[in-house]
Design a protein around this ligand. Structure first.
Ligand SMILES: C[S@@+](CC[C@H](N)C(=O)[O-])C[C@H]1O[C@@H](n2cnc3c(N)ncnc32)[C@H](O)[C@@H]1O
Length: 246
């Protein structure tokens, strides 16, 4: 496993308070579940593989929507996977798995994932590998954090000439061949410290390589820009996408 991927795995292993702080993730899991059922799935999928199940926000919704289906829940972080298993119980299969190097030969009618593929180092190649695990009529349905996410945070850093540490995210044109729809989820935080805590507590604080932490002076300037109109807002731009095998 690459060093970047083991860092990501470590951060998520340490995210003990994920459920309390991952409100946008929970909302987006709900939306993905609705889009999947209302827009994409005409029939109940027999076999479902979830990549990056985390603590099970999407998994819970899927098992109640498709009680007849068989499920394999996977995550690169054994701790997140264990929390999912504690929530859902032993009636399903669970496996520690890197979604970029899936170690299964099974075929699935649905491969699904909420807010995980933005962590992939090579999205295009990984999607090809996942596609090879689909049944002939199978599909991959996912949400992914997209370009424009945390634009408020990025712009404030640019104003003070500091590096922001936000990873670069996928653009719609990188997902050629997929059926996509974009939505923005804007969340209010008490202050910038609460936003940084949110990222840390959900395990999403692995910054871009070469990130330089802010000095006290820079942090103060950043705070006054972000909080000049009161409580700051930060946005997730999400792409919901569907790729069909045929
Ligand atoms: C933001 S969380 C989302 C979790 C869950 N899907 C949800 O909606 O709450 C991202 C998840 O992706 C997992 N992850 C990151 N990189 C991964 C990879 N290469 N393969 C599988 N899982 C990965 C993390 O361990 C974490 O559980």
């Amino acid at each position: 496993m690459s060093s970047q991927r083991s860092l990501i795995r470590q951060s998520f292993n340490a995210a003990k308070r994920y459920d309390r702080f991952a409100k946008p993730q929970e909302m987006i899991a709900e939306r993905l579940s609705d889009i999947t059922q209302e827009k994409y799935l005409k029939q109940t999928p027999k076999k479902i593989l979830e990549i990056g199940c985390g603590t099970g926000f999407l998994s819970q919704r899927l098992v109640s929507a498709y009680p007849q289906s068989s499920f394999l829940f996977t995550d690169i972080s054994p701790d997140m996977l264990q929390r999912c298993q504690e929530k859902l119980g032993n009636g399903f299969k669970y496996a520690e798995m890197d979604g970029e190097a899936p170690n299964t030969k099974e075929k699935f009618d649905l491969i699904i994932s909420n807010m995980t593929f933005q962590w992939f180092e090579n999205l295009r190649e990984s999607l090809q590998k996942l596609k090879s695990l689909l049944t002939p009529t199978g599909q991959i349905i996912f949400s992914i954090v997209a370009d424009g996410t945390f634009v408020e945070w990025i712009k404030a850093h640019e104003k003070i000439g500091a590096s922001h540490g936000v990873r670069s995210f996928v653009k719609a044109e990188d997902l050629k061949g997929a059926d996509i729809q974009k939505e923005t989820f804007r969340t209010e935080y008490e202050n910038i410290e609460a936003f940084v805590r949110h990222l840390k507590c959900i395990g999403a604080n692995t910054p871009q390589m070469h990130y330089q932490p802010l000095s006290t002076e820079e942090r103060r300037a950043l705070k006054s820009i972000c909080e000049k109109d009161g409580k700051p807002h930060f946005s997730y731009n999400i792409i919901f996408a569907r790729i069909q095998n045929k």
